[in-house]
Design a protein around this ligand. Structure first.
Ligand code: DON
Length: 471
């Protein structure tokens, strides 16, 4: 197993106070929209590195289908049509050069989205590999785009960007070996910590979304996200106490002050003491090939359509990943997540992520491949999907479709989808001091599960346009 970190980086000219006003207060939306919200892109280098190490087809062959889709267009889905229509005004605000996304103001299902600039960019990447993006014409276009706003990405930033192979995080849950993403994502450490925190409780006996099951999961989530805020950041810049955070006794002990009688208020939960501490539009897809090799990939611009800026003439959107840094200690980001020193902005640092592309093994053999978009809710959605299969006996499709709930320490509330948690159970939990809040459906979990006879079953989240394909 291997983990490829192709996370964006803060530009060389980034500063800790780059999103603050003169009084030191964060300026609304500055880390979210426009050229200054973009981190140095990592996707292209990531795909090149993945291909170098594991690719079987030629790079040229691999790029061709994407070029054809961009050049000839593809019919958009109903969801895509409504997103593009709703975002039209925002796109106009942040883009001075014409591009495919602003080519019309209203879109309908089945309209062809033709992206000529993007096709040309992809052709350069097809011909020149990473140099087709990080230098030459595409790099010029990115730097020119920066000048149209107050962006700071330079040629040097692009040239310096390299993705990194890292060692995956892994840990046991029951008979399963959970393998997931290491820092700079918080996903893998948080997921394994959640499993360690809940393993001793008989969730299976209590049942899916029963009051006790929800209490135990929420209390574990509250504690794990408190640790996320304090102890997790880019390991190249901040010493992440990974060993302790993945220590089973540590996580089991974190649950010691939980009582079934009452919710623990988040104000009473702090990040765990680290012993010897030094004085911190997402897509997911899962694939299993005919030889049983598995890939679980999460890739993201962060918010929908990222910074909303399309690089003029190059046809692709810039991310707004800079908002994943803790812009100021204690100030929530777009997902309500807080953080401190571990995830403060520093030049060349990677912003903390929640991405949790995961693979489970049972008896050393592939069991499940799973992941999702959803910002801060990614970790808890992956956590629930695995429990749905392992403890609640669901099929892969049932597990991804099942309604979900979420707690992330701060704000101190349990978010739940409209159909999650029965009325009765909600009442019981409210009496115990849980603050419950209904929210719209979130996440698009996709998974592949290996059947006992070695065949596969897929799960595609009905919340999105997700699809299963097989041979
Ligand atoms: O890396 C992260 O945690 C976020 N940038 C992920 C954003 C995301 O999942 C948005 N999709 N709904």
């Amino acid at each position: 197993t291997d983990a490829l970190d192709f996370r964006e980086k803060a530009p060389l000219n980034a500063k800790e106070d780059m999103y603050w006003d003169k009084e030191g207060n964060p300026i609304t939306d500055l880390s979210l929209y426009g050229q200054l919200a973009a981190g140095v892109p990592g996707t292209v280098d990531g795909m090149v590195k993945a291909h170098e190490k594991y690719g079987k087809l030629s790079w040229k062959e691999l790029l061709q289908p994407a070029i054809d889709l961009a050049e000839k267009g593809f019919p958009i889905t109903k969801q895509q049509a409504s997103e593009l229509t709703n975002k039209h005004e925002d796109f106009e605000k942040y883009n001075k050069v014409a591009n495919a996304l602003i080519s019309r103001s209203t879109w309908s299902q089945g309209d062809l989205l033709i992206q000529k600039d993007l096709a040309n960019t992809l052709k350069l990447v097809q011909q020149k590999g990473r140099n087709g993006f990080y230098s030459g014409k595409t790099a010029d276009l990115i730097v020119n785009e920066m000048k149209r706003g107050n962006g700071i990405i330079t040629k040097k930033d692009l040239k310096n960007y390299h993705s990194v192979w890292r060692k995956p995080v892994s840990g046991a849950y029951k008979d399963y070996n959970v393998i997931s993403m290491p820092p700079p994502s918080s996903g893998g450490i948080a997921l394994v910590s959640l499993f360690q925190s809940i393993e001793k409780y008989p969730l299976k006996k209590w049942g899916f979304q029963s009051d006790s099951t929800i209490q135990v999961m929420v209390e574990a989530e509250r504690r794990v996200y408190a640790d996320r805020a304090e102890h997790l950041g880019d390991p190249d810049f901040f010493k992440v106490p990974q060993k302790q955070l993945l220590d089973k006794t540590y996580n089991v002990n974190r649950m010691n002050n939980f009582s079934f009688d009452r919710a623990t208020p988040s104000s009473a939960v702090k990040a765990g003491e680290i012993i010897g501490k030094e004085s911190m539009e997402t897509t997911h897809y899962v694939i299993v090939d005919k030889d049983g090799n598995a890939a679980s990939v999460t890739t993201t611009l962060n918010g929908s359509y990222g910074s909303l800026v399309v690089v003029g003439g190059a046809g692709f959107l810039l991310n707004n990943e800079m908002d994943d840094f803790s812009v100021k200690p204690g100030t929530p980001n777009m997902y309500g997540l807080v953080g401190g020193k571990a995830n403060a902005i520093q030049p060349q640092k990677r912003m903390l992520s929640s991405m949790t592309p995961s693979i489970l093994e049972k008896d050393g053999k592939l069991f499940m491949v799973v992941g999702t978009p959803g910002g801060s809710t990614i970790i808890t959605s992956v956590f629930q999907t695995i429990l749905n299969v392992v403890d609640f006996g669901m099929t892969m499709q049932e597990a991804v479709a099942a309604s979900r709930f979420h707690h992330q320490w701060l704000p101190d509330q349990v978010d739940y989808e409209p159909k999650a948690i029965s009325e009765n159970v909600r009442e019981t939990l409210r009496k115990k001091g849980y603050n419950l809040k209904e929210r719209n459906a979130y996440g698009r979990v996709d998974g592949i599960l290996v059947n006992p006879n070695g065949t596969y079953q897929g799960g595609a989240d009905p919340r999105g346009d997700d699809k299963i394909e097989g041979y």
